[in-house]
Design a protein around this ligand. Structure first.
Ligand SMILES: Cc1cc2nc3c(=O)[nH]c(=O)nc-3n(C[C@H](O)[C@H](O)[C@H](O)COP(=O)(O)O)c2cc1C
Length: 305
């Protein structure tokens, strides 16, 4: 970091968390690999665990995955808790993961979607902090009612689920709440970072820019051709794997299998058995789907068609 940051780097956010640089590497499904989380924290910012990425994409048992990150840095790390209560089993899993993270010393949680009251309760009891991702005042108020410690203002330039307001408009809408405000969206360079701090934000949450770093799982795939080839290879493997799985699984009904309709464009394979249509999502297909999501992001970064 150049001296351009100067005293700007010490903010309400860095003081609350005890970190040196007010930069969050935002949770990214499927891009957040354990090494990326650790590297950002080790460099003085804070990396955020995306639990679904950790377990389903990078295939770590959750506790072992957190320990792996802990083995790479002793500095503060955070976790993203997606509040999705529509499925009981999902909620139970997320609650269990949160408890494990707290046991492992994680003290910074970023919530997105819904009302974070149950997360705030647990995290505050452990002496931690909760920041809530918001795109407008309505969601900020839900977070504040639940007792969050800071807000992440997700603007209209953010990767993932973008908001509709600009960084300036969101700052104007949310500054009155007197909580530390972090700017998320469209920050990819040092001048962008400094501009956000000068606007009054206490920090930034960056996502896309971190995908193009060497410690990102995508780091080895920095050229477009490699990434495209990988996506094709995984797609082909997914199809072969699925066809053979289905042949085994539905051996008795094979005569009924009218067609194997490759929905390769969407990353899904659809098997039409006549009276039943089966959607399969094998590990290889999931990887293909992830690669496709990365490919979309990378195309923007690499400016290719
Ligand atoms: C590929 C991708 C996946 C993301 N996944 C998540 C996620 O799982 N949870 C979340 O809270 N935010 C997610 N985000 C949002 C980021 O945490 C962050 O707020 C956003 O990337 C900031 O905008 P930027 O990409 O312009 O830097 C994702 C962003 C990207 C680019």
């Amino acid at each position: 970091m150049s001296p351009a940051g100067g005293g700007l780097l010490e903010t309400a956010f860095t003081r609350q968390l005890g970190i040196e640089v007010p930069i969050i590497c935002g949770a990214m499904y499927p891009c957040t690999n354990p090494e990326l989380v650790a590297a950002v924290s080790e460099a003085g910012g804070i990396g955020i665990i995306q639990p679904i990425s950790l377990t389903y994409v990078y295939r770590h048992e959750f506790h072992a995955g957190v320990r792996r990150i802990r083995g790479l840095t002793s500095k503060p790390i955070g976790m993203n808790v997606l509040i999705e209560k529509s499925s009981k089993s999902y909620h139970e899993k997320m609650t269990r993961w949160l408890d494990i993270a707290l046991e492992e010393g994680v003290r910074f949680i970023i919530t997105s979607l819904g009302k974070p009251d149950w997360v705030v309760k647990r995290v505050h009891a452990a002496g931690g902090l909760v920041y809530h991702d918001v795109t407008e005042r309505k969601w900020a108020e839900k977070g504040i009612d639940a007792g969050v410690d800071g807000l992440i203002a997700v603007n209209n330039r953010a990767g993932g689920h973008a908001g509709t307001l600009s960084a300036q408009e969101l700052y104007a809408a949310l500054a009155g709440y007197k909580l530390p405000l972090v700017c998320a969206g469209g920050i990819g360079s040092e001048p962008d970072f400094v501009a956000a701090l000068r606007m009054g934000y206490a920090g930034v949450q960056m996502g896309t820019r971190f995908i193009a770093t060497r410690v990102s799982a995508l780091g080895a795939l920095t050229d477009a051709d490699t990434l495209r080839d990988q996506a094709r290879a995984v797609r082909a493997k997914a199809l072969a794997e699925t066809v053979s799985n289905v042949a085994d699984k539905f051996a008795k009904r094979r005569h009924m299998m009218r067609r194997v309709d490759e929905q390769a464009q969407s990353g899904w394979i659809l098997i039409d058995l006549g009276d039943v249509v089966v959607h399969l999502f094998s590990p290889a297909q999931r990887k293909h789907y992830n690669l496709e999501a990365l490919w979309k992001e990378a195309k923007v970064l690499l400016r290719v068609q």
